[in-house]
Design a protein around this ligand. Sequence first.
Ligand SMILES: Nc1nc2c(c(=O)[nH]1)N=C([C@H](O)[C@@H](O)CO)CN2
Length: 118
Amino acid sequence: MDIVFLRDLRIETVIGIYDWEREIKQTVVLDIDMSTDVQRAAATEDITDAVDYKAVSKRLISFVEESEFQLVETLAERCAAIIRQEFDVRWVRLTVNKIGAVSAASDVGVIIERGERF
Ligand SMILES: Nc1nc2c(c(=O)[nH]1)N=C([C@H](O)[C@@H](O)CO)CN2
């Protein structure tokens, strides 16, 4: 199994369970690993044979910017579903880091894995 990855994808969005969080935008940082087999793309050098990380990032930025979820769990689940359904990815590991949400911690959030790894 090979992996196409995206690191430190920073997106501004409305997210949170408290009233004050519904009034502002906060930054979430996504790290994404997507299973694939890179051999065909490597042979053809055709982007349509690859998981296009630029296309994935554009789609997720658009989706997350427009979203207004309460929990990072919901955001992670919906992003993982988009990646698997729209980009022909069988397995994804996704970290949603809500930086700054806990003042005493540098990072908080969720890590989910969805789909069959092999
Ligand atoms: N497991 C979770 N715990 C918490 C979440 C969350 O989305 N998932 N959210 C909050 C608040 O919105 C917090 O981020 C505000 O600082 C608390 N716990």
